[in-house]
Design a protein around this ligand. Structure first.
Ligand code: IMP
Ligand code: MG
Length: 180
């Protein structure tokens, strides 16, 4: 029998909806961080699309940086093992750090990143995520800014991948029929 191939489901959030949400959260962040030395850190690769939308809506004298942490192989479930594969360049000491995430799932990656960044003496660390999947959380992680909440389904699009594919979809959708 031929191997069943995954298919993309319905659109959950359109580009328009996401951009509107980025505008709202960007305005909120601009207010909350007024007068602070903000550095927004994009978690590669999933967050790039959301990150680009969001920072355009932050009206502050700020800087950006990138980090890549992996806890997933090609499978849909977290291995629970996190490592930083690309670290930030900026000095985080005394900075107001805002981690920009694509999705908070089990919360493992975020917990690890926050612990690592804390060691560098930032003034504060907060998190802005495009998507939150609270039903999957295995720790107490709660993002400070949340774009949308999703059910326990496997999301793709707008930066999020399955086996490195689907990141380019200009909307958030989900996969059906994919192997675990
Ligand atoms: P966590 O450590 O389980 O919270 O999730 C780590 C990372 O796994 C996220 O930042 C995403 O890059 C990826 N991930 C989690 N859930 C999904 C999903 O539904 N679709 C695609 N990637 C996901
Ligand atoms: Mg991610």
């Amino acid at each position: 029998m031929a191997k069943k191939k995954e298919t993309v489901g319905e659109i959950l959030f359109t580009e328009d909806q996401i951009r509107r949400r980025a505008k709202e959260l960007g305005a909120q962040i601009s207010k909350d961080y007024e007068g602070e030395e903000l550095i927004a850190i994009c978690t590669l690769r999933g967050s790039v699309v959301w990150f680009a939308d969001l920072i355009k809506n932050i009206d502050l004298d700020m800087s950006i940086d990138f980090v890549s942490a992996s806890s997933y192989g090609s499978a849909q479930t977290s291995s629970g093992f996190v490592k930083i594969t690309l670290d930030t360049e900026a000095n985080l000491y005394n900075k107001s750090v805002l981690i920009i995430e694509d999705i908070v799932d089990t919360g493992t990656t975020l917990q690890y990143l926050i612990e690592k960044f804390k060691e560098r003496g930032p003034k504060s660390i907060k998190v802005c995520t495009m998507l939150d999947k609270p039903s999957r959380r295995t720790n107490g992680m709660v993002a400070d800014y949340i774009g949308f909440t999703v059910d326990d389904i496997f999301i793709v699009g707008y930066g999020l991948d399955y086996d490195q594919r689907y990141r380019n979809l200009p909307y958030v959708s989900y996969l059906t029929g994919a192997p675990d």
